[in-house]
Design a protein around this ligand. Structure first.
Ligand SMILES: C[S@@+](CC[C@H](N)C(=O)[O-])C[C@H]1O[C@@H](n2cnc3c(N)ncnc32)[C@H](O)[C@@H]1O
Length: 337
């Protein structure tokens, strides 16, 4: 990052005061540790309390200071409040510079190393709870899924927003029982589905075989590290997966990586809602997403937002967000004769 970004609006208008406030806020051991942790994704207050081993009032005070100084933003969803690094403004730039300066994994720093280990443990426990949920619900997942909204309506919209023909390679991320593959099998030449849960994949294999979808394959993989080279899929679908994730924005970046120029990404999830019970009963981490949030993540992943459709249902509204990877300018890619 260029240092001059900080001064893009000029040092007048109190910009220097804002920068000084951000630097002061970060210049404290626990607050620097919080910034270091949040460079790895958003966290709730109670997760930070657990990792840092300090009382909730203390951590809340530090978070308030960092937020007021523009280094962090907070996002309330039901009874949970997520904290993340700010994305714009001098405070955000200070946080990003600090991230560059903080020692990485290989460098010995006892405090940061312990924090990272505890963070990894928090994530591991969360992943285990989600995996257990999917393991226990694999057989009945398709029934559970339809508790929320009329699937047929959603599927009609997905079909309409994907290119009519000519899809060579399609990837379904977090394929679960393989419903998207089954739906889209007639529309693409080859389809791949990935999922972390072996139990879900076992059901997907049986479903795809039963539906005679010979052009579909599923494999176990982590959606944050897709086992494919860049730019190989014409279409990627992410259906009802984001609300389970720690780092939904990172999932979109990884999906965008494997998308070919001109390819489409279709994300389906809930709009913001207040069904707190979905956290306890169904392991949801996020209570839906706003159009603006998804649009910003598309932009950061280098995608252009194309369509948004809402399908109202009570109490949950499903949204279908479609983005496109800009086609590369072939003239630039071809070297001059
Ligand atoms: C709610 S289910 C949706 C399944 C399917 N897309 C559907 O709509 O029926 C979410 C799926 O995401 C998978 N999942 C969660 N985290 C994942 C990860 N890090 N990598 C791959 N799959 C993941 C779960 O195992 C689960 O099968």
């Amino acid at each position: 990052m260029e240092a001059r970004d900080l001064w893009a609006e000029g040092p007048e208008n109190g910009h220097m005061d804002v920068l000084l406030a951000a630097l002061r806020a970060a210049a404290e051991p626990t607050r620097l540790r919080i910034v270091a942790l949040l460079t790895r994704g958003e966290l709730t207050v109670s997760e930070l309390v657990h990792i840092l081993g300090q009382s909730q009032p203390r951590i809340s005070r530090h978070l308030k200071l960092l937020t007021e100084a523009g280094l962090l933003t907070r996002h309330r969803e039901g009874s949970w409040v997520f904290h993340r690094l700010a994305e714009s403004g001098p405070g955000a730039e200070v946080a990003q510079h600090l991230n560059v300066l903080l020692p990485d994994e290989g460098v010995q720093d006892q405090v940061l190393t312990r924090d990272r280990e505890r963070l990894a443990e928090v994530k591991r426990q969360r992943a285990e709870a989600a995996a257990a949920y999917f393991r226990d619900n694999a057989e009945s997942w398709d029934k559970l899924r339809s508790l929320h909204v009329d699937d047929a309506e959603v599927e009609k919209v997905i079909s309409r927003l994907l290119p009519g023909d000519g899809i060579e390679n399609l990837l379904d991320v977090g394929t679960g029982t393989g419903r998207m593959l089954e739906l889209l099998a007639p529309r693409a030449r080859r389809l791949q589905g990935i999922d972390l849960s072996r139990e879900m994949l076992a059901v997907a294999r049986a479903n795809l075989e039963r539906a005679d979808c010979g052009n579909c394959r599923v494999r176990q993989a982590d959606l944050y590290q897709l086992p494919y080279p860049a730019a190989v899929f014409d279409a990627v679908t992410v259906h009802q997966v984001l609300h389970f994730l720690d780092q939904p924005a990172a999932a979109i970046v990884e999906a965008a990586r494997v998308l070919a120029p001109g390819g489409r990404l279709v994300v389906v999830d809930f709009l913001p809602h207040d069904q707190e019970n979905l956290r306890q009963e169904h392991e949801h981490r996020r209570l839906g997403f706003a159009d603006k949030e998804i649009g910003a993540w598309f932009g950061r992943a280098g995608l252009t937002a194309k369509n948004t459709e809402h399908l109202s249902g009570a109490p949950l509204t499903v949204a279908v967000w479609v983005a496109e990877k800009p086609p590369t300018d072939t003239k630039q890619e071809t070297p001059p004769p």
